[in-house]
Design a protein around this ligand. Structure first.
Ligand code: SF4
Length: 270
């Protein structure tokens, strides 16, 4: 971001950066990895049953059947989770049990998909983008609406214009809205919808703010990596995530599409 340039000028210059790729989530990557994970788990489950069952029969003839039934039940549960999640991803909004599928996705499949994606050398950011998109879809699919005072907007500090001397992390209302970064517009959004806006200097501060305010839902802006870990940390609290812009790379002079934040808020308000 060039010093002193207006937001409009910077928008026109936005071409992405060498450190980031444009936000183009491909849910197909996630569904493919999800199916692959389910397949691997079921094959591994079979061998996990077959190999010890040879020894188990010597202890008691019924043990291989009992052990096999337990493993089959686990495999079926995993399969139902994977199929249900894929269905939720493909179907889009208003999905039955969206809330439960979000839990299965975050707690079980995401760590596994990250691991298998790493082994298959799939770009981590691509998986994160797909995950964020699916998470947002499932949060919207919950169909819940919230009062403004139960919503928290969380922004990273790197969104502030680098040479701005005003301290907005203590009190965002200190911003005078000079237009050199989006914070002024976001304060306007916060006033318009009477929703708390917090500029965080890091994950620990953000967690403390969430602990103090105890919101029912969060609208968060950050890079894919921070959003992914933030969504995991905040679970079961729902998070609608908006990926930031990074014309200068990560953590410096970042930006946000204010219209996307506005749309996210509108989705949540009753
Ligand atoms: S909009 Fe607010 S935070 Fe951003 S540079 Fe201007 S005064 Fe500073």
């Amino acid at each position: 971001m060039t010093k002193g340039k207006s937001l409009i000028e910077r928008e026109a210059e936005w071409t992405g950066s060498s450190e980031s790729i444009s936000y183009q989530p491909t849910k197909g990557i996630f569904i493919g990895l999800l199916s692959f994970c389910a397949f691997i788990i079921i094959v591994a489950g079979f061998f996990f049953w077959y190999i010890p069952s040879v020894g188990l029969v010597n202890i008691h003839p019924a043990l291989p059947v009992i052990f096999g039934a337990a493993l089959a039940a686990t495999s079926i549960a995993i399969l139902i989770g994977a199929v249900g999640l894929s269905f939720a991803i493909v179907k889009g909004r208003d999905m039955f049990l969206s809330y439960k599928f979000r839990g299965v996705l975050i707690k079980f499949f995401l760590p596994l998909i990250m691991m298998i994606g790493g082994l298959l050398r799939i770009q981590k950011i691509k998986i994160e983008q797909a995950f964020i998109e699916i998470n947002n879809q499932l949060v919207k699919g919950m169909g819940k609406k919230f009062k403004p005072e139960r919503i928290l907007i969380l922004m990273p500090h790197c969104i502030q214009y680098i040479d701005c001397k005003i301290k907005v992390t203590q009190n965002v209302r200190n911003c005078v809205g000079c237009g050199k970064c989006e914070i002024g517009e976001l304060v306007g959004l916060s006033d318009e919808f009477t929703i708390d806006l917090f500029i965080s200097t890091g994950g620990t501060i953000a967690r403390r703010k969430v602990y103090e305010k105890r919101p029912n839902v969060i609208v968060a802006v950050a890079c894919e990596r921070d959003l992914t870990s933030g969504i995991q940390d905040a679970y079961p609290l729902p998070v609608l995530a908006v990926v930031n812009k990074r014309p200068q790379g990560y953590c410096i002079g970042t930006g946000v599409d204010v219209a996307s934040v506005r749309n996210a808020i509108r989705e949540l308000l009753r």
